[in-house]
Design a binder for this molecule. Structure first.
Ligand SMILES: CC(C)(COP(=O)(O)OP(=O)(O)OC[C@H]1O[C@@H](n2cnc3c(N)ncnc32)[C@H](O)[C@@H]1OP(=O)(O)O)[C@@H](O)C(=O)NCCC(=O)NCCS
Length: 338
């Protein structure tokens, strides 16, 4: 078996990484849409504000059988490392996963990281197949999330009725929509909201610190998302009194897989909760998506199982549970040299 580091500008190597990832992820959670090459390229490059190393593992016949990426944030969260660990389903139980994790841990420790995490997916009703693997390598489950799927189109009358039932609670706000790039006058509000996502969304026992966001980092994220080949649809709530963005939601549609969309962040600033803004921005964004992306047949999203508010909003809109994921974590004991 051989571990080799790949150049994240080498599309042939990235193609192997993508093929292993999609085969592995599809095996464990068939409803999760495949990633495209442009998305995998940005994951291997760390998705902005991070150092990475991406690897392939070949068996003794030279076939690529596993792949991994370690992502180490560079702006905040300087003690964590996030791992992608994937072994092709035909080549499991041969020590490949162990070789990947041991290599990524060495890279992380060499970069002074003390807390390592990785995610695995599984079908509804099944227990996480990676549990015995994670346990053997000293990792514990720290966050359970569920995948939710919404089939489109959603009935216009249902959205109208839900909006009618909510709008009277939100008299002090305007609901606005945009695509790809946040209007200049709202970008500082979006930076605050992104910081809020990093602290307010439930993280279970996953080690994390508040992320540092400003307008420049928002613009850099937008550039990365465009390079991923994603069209982004966003809707937000603007406080009438101040003109500040206090809530937003985003759905991404990759240009190579337009039939399935991904619902990413939804957040309401903590001082503006209780006005039904979460449901109102989601209604506006669903209408926008259905108008501009008629080929999109499903939207998938992930929520922590403890996030009862978000799950209630999603259930109102017709999302149904479709899968699970677990975040696994190992922390170096205090005093371990790094
Ligand atoms: C989890 C995963 C990485 C394991 O890869 P692998 O190459 O099969 O793992 P290894 O061969 O190194 O397994 C090491 C040990 O883990 C345990 N283990 C691994 N898979 C197991 C399984 N399905 N059932 C029971 N024990 C298992 C065993 O103790 C095994 O040692 P053994 O074969 O000598 O008994 C692989 O199944 C995978 O890619 N899953 C999808 C993505 C994922 O879950 N990533 C990891 C997140 S932590």
């Amino acid at each position: 078996m051989r571990v080799e580091q790949i150049d994240t500008d080498d599309d042939v190597a990235l193609g192997y990484l993508l093929a292993i990832h999609n085969a592995s992820a599809h095996h464990d959670l068939p409803v999760e849409p495949d990633l495209s090459l442009s998305e995998m390229r940005q994951i291997a490059k760390g998705f902005g504000e991070a150092d990475t190393e991406a690897i392939l593992v070949r068996n003794d016949d030279g076939a690529v059988v596993g792949a991994g990426v370690v992502r180490m944030p560079t702006k905040d969260n300087l003690e964590i490392a996030e791992f992608l660990v994937e072994v092709h389903p035909y080549h499991r139980r041969q020590g490949v996963g162990t070789a990947i994790v041991e290599h990524l841990e060495r890279v992380a420790i060499g970069n002074h990281r003390k807390s390592f995490s990785s995610q695995s997916g599984n079908m509804l009703g099944a227990s996480p197949p990676s549990e015995p693997f994670a346990a053997k390598l000293g990792y514990v489950a720290v966050l359970a999330e569920s995948q939710w799927t919404l089939r489109l189109p959603v009935a216009a009358k249902m959205l109208d009725d839900l909006e009618q039932a909510s709008i009277s609670h939100a008299g002090g706000y305007d609901i606005v929509c945009w695509q790809d790039r946040c209007p200049d006058e709202l970008v500082d509000g979006q930076a605050d909201l992104l910081r809020g996502m990093s602290t307010d969304a439930p993280h279970g026992d996953l080690a994390h610190e508040a992320q540092i966001w400003d307008g420049e980092r928002v613009r850099s994220l937008e550039d990365t998302v465009l390079k991923m080949g994603n069209k982004s649809y966003l809707a937000g709530a603007v406080e009438k009194a101040t003109g500040r963005l206090v809530s937003y939601t985003v759905i991404g549609v990759n240009k190579s897989t337009t039939e399935s969309a991904r619902q990413f962040a939804t957040i309401v600033n903590r001082h503006h909760r209780g006005h039904r803004l979460g449901v109102l921005v989601k209604i506006a964004n669903l209408r926008q998506l259905m108008e501009h992306s008629p080929a999109t047949a499903t939207i998938q999203t992930w929520n922590a199982d403890t996030n009862t508010h978000m799950m209630r909003v999603n259930a109102l809109l017709g999302f149904e549970a479709s899968g699970h994921s677990t975040a696994w974590q190992k922390e170096l004991a205090a005093g371990t040299p790094a």
